[in-house]
Write a protein that binds this ligand. Structure first.
Ligand code: ADP
Ligand code: MG
Length: 312
């Protein structure tokens, strides 16, 4: 869907991104992570040509991004910013409807789409559609920011630290929303964050930047079990313990699982072996003394990254 081939971006003598190559598959949730100034935003903005590249190639649907008519391409690529960037003088509905309006959708279709999206993220359309952004909380405004990017149903969505300005509780609830939403809509999402917990929780694959260079690309499992070097190890901040088992990840509030629906593993299963099951299933049933508990792959990564303490 999106391919980088040896992409370099320089600002004068400063190299912001150096020789970056990666491929984002259709329907994938791809996370760009790294410390501040490591080149994440530059990488993201080169995809929809908000920033021109210096060397290399970027392809969108097998065609160089430079071959697209830039405005048309941007309609096909939703974009969510870190700062809540709704138009203050427009209503919520008008904000969401911007791209559909530019694409000259019928009014009835716009109404229907707006209502559907608002409902998807728990904003009652009748209550909120005619309000101005200032009448909503920060978390509600950012939900609107996310669904606005989805409005015209673009195949790709770019998100630059969309939740980092929010308080931790709102952030977690928006992460959960986005996970659920992604299961429904199956978009290709490129998501920038500096928060490893967020990356582990959301990403199908993670691409770690350090001073403009890619250190490692892989699944959360690969980052945890096979960090490529000390930088990666330190960034993940999680030292695996010998003989860590899946049973240690069951929480008091873990749901009951039906083993007919989910593959059953014993509490004593080593975490590496559990990862192999997660490679094929989103969740497992764990046999405990009291019955079977449901554990999702996302839960396990959330608990694993919790173990490193609070992230920056
Ligand atoms: P991140 O999003 O990972 O924090 P950026 O992609 O914004 O990093 O920036 C990468 C590097 O490029 C940083 O060192 C930053 O200072 C530099 N940079 C970004 N934008 C510009 C610019 N317009 N002019 C000069 N240097 C820039
Ligand atoms: Mg940035």
């Amino acid at each position: 869907m999106i391919e980088f081939k040896n992409v370099t971006k320089r600002y004068g003598s400063k190299t912001a991104v150096e020789d970056a190559s990666f491929y984002v598959k259709e329907g994938e949730f791809f996370v760009l992570i790294g410390p501040s100034g490591s080149g994440k935003t530059t990488t993201l903005k080169m995809i929809n040509r908000l920033i021109p590249l210096t060397e290399g190639y970027i392809y969108f649907k097998d065609k160089p991004v430079s071959d697209y008519e830039v405005h048309e391409m941007r309609w096909d690529i939703g974009y969510v910013l870190q700062q809540i960037a709704l138009f203050p003088h427009m209503t919520i509905k008008e904000n969401i409807a911007q791209v559909p309006q530019m694409k000259k959708w019928k009014e009835a279709d716009i109404d229907q789409r707006t209502a559907e999206l608002m409902t998807m993220v728990g904003l009652d359309p009748d209550t909120y559609k005619d309000r101005k952004p200032a009448e909503l909380s920060g978390g509600q405004q950012q939900r609107v920011g996310v669904i606005r990017a989805l409005a015209a149903d673009p195949p790709v969505i770019l998100m630059d630290e969309p939740f980092s300005a929010l308080d931790p509780i709102t952030r977690e609830s928006l992460q959960d929303d986005l996970t659920a939403l992604q299961q429904e809509i199956k978009k290709t999402i490129v998501f920038v964050t500096h928060d490893i917990k967020e990356a582990m929780k959301l990403g199908d694959r993670i691409c770690l930047f350090n001073e403009g260079r890619i250190e490692q690309i892989g699944t959360p499992e690969e980052f945890l079990t096979a960090p490529k070097n000390d930088f990666v190890q330190e960034f993940i901040g999680y030292q695996r313990e010998e003989n860590e088992t899946i049973g240690e990840f069951i929480r008091a509030d873990s749901a009951e699982a039906e083993e007919a629906v989910y593959p059953l593993v014993e509490e004593s299963t080593k975490i590496e072996d559990a990862f192999k099951v997660f490679a094929e299933h989103e969740a497992v049933a764990v046999r405990t003394a009291k019955g079977n508990k449901l554990l999702s792959r996302r839960d396990v990564f959330k608990h694993l990254s919790d173990k490193r303490g609070d992230s920056a």
